[in-house]
Design a protein around this ligand. Structure first.
Ligand code: PGA
Length: 235
């Protein structure tokens, strides 16, 4: 089971060190913990047996791309995990083609990729068929046969608000697994969007949910640990 946290712009290096010092005592080998701190923290990561990843990277070794981080620097920092396609990056202008390009570039380098997909509210309002078609378009041109690929389903309308219902998660995860299977791929599938200590157990108990991607509830280490414990209870 995978429990991942996206800290977005939160947590300074100092706060991250405090977070990791507490987390260390709660690690359990049955859980795969992936943590995505902000880029500045990657240079001074605390000691903690988790998989650290970057929230963003540019698909090039290095070059004239101000404000970006490339493969050469990530390699020097021993980072081999990357979040791609988060809706907050897409909202900043990252196209589907660019997300796919990033996936292909970092797959070539052997990175573990957490690729985020998820529909906006108006697509959800159109019913499950339109949700499925939208998600299908986000899987298009992604190297789904890449063995180190993890998909995270994060409905945009559920991020920072209220989680999707258990029924919506179950139905949509079944759809995504089927879309992947139709392309010959069996991939781990995480749910993200307002996962909290009080809903994690129910979400993680669902079929086709292989883990969660947590945002705001991961900022408080005791809450993140509760989500991990909820995951352990479902094993
Ligand atoms: P949230 O964020 O848990 O605060 O809704 C999830 C995410 O954006 O990955």
């Amino acid at each position: 089971m995978i429990i991942a946290a996206n800290f977005k712009m939160h947590l300074t290096p100092h706060k991250l060190a405090t977070f990791a010092a507490t987390l260390r005592d709660s690690l359990d080998s049955r859980l795969q913990i992936l943590l995505f701190p902000n880029t500045a923290c990657l240079a001074s990561l605390p000691q903690c047996h988790v998989r650290w990843g970057a929230q963003n990277a540019y698909p090039a070794q290095n070059g004239a791309f101000s404000g970006e981080i490339g493969a050469e620097v990530l390699d020097a920092l021993q980072i081999q995990t990357l979040l791609v396609g988060h809706s907050e990056r897409r909202a900043l202008g990252e196209s589907q083609d660019f997300c796919a390009q990033k996936c292909r570039f970092y797959a070539e380098l052997g990175f573990t990729l957490v690729y985020c997909i998820g529909e906006p509210h108006n697509v959800r309002a159109g019913g499950q068929e339109s949700v499925r078609a939208f998600l299908d378009s986000q899987l298009h041109t992604i190297p789904l046969d890449y063995p180190n690929l993890i998909i995270a389903y994060e409905p945009i309308w559920a991020i920072g608000t209220q989680a999707a219902s258990l029924e919506q998660i179950a139905t949509t995860h079944a759809d995504i697994k089927a879309l992947c299977a139709a392309r010959g791929a069996t991939l781990p599938l995480l749910y993200g969007g307002s996962v909290k200590p009080n809903n994690a157990h129910d979400i993680l108990s669902l079929d086709n949910v292989d883990g969660v991607l947590v945002g705001s509830a991961a900022l408080v280490v005791s809450d993140f640990v509760k989500i991990m414990q909820a995951g352990l209870q479902t094993l």
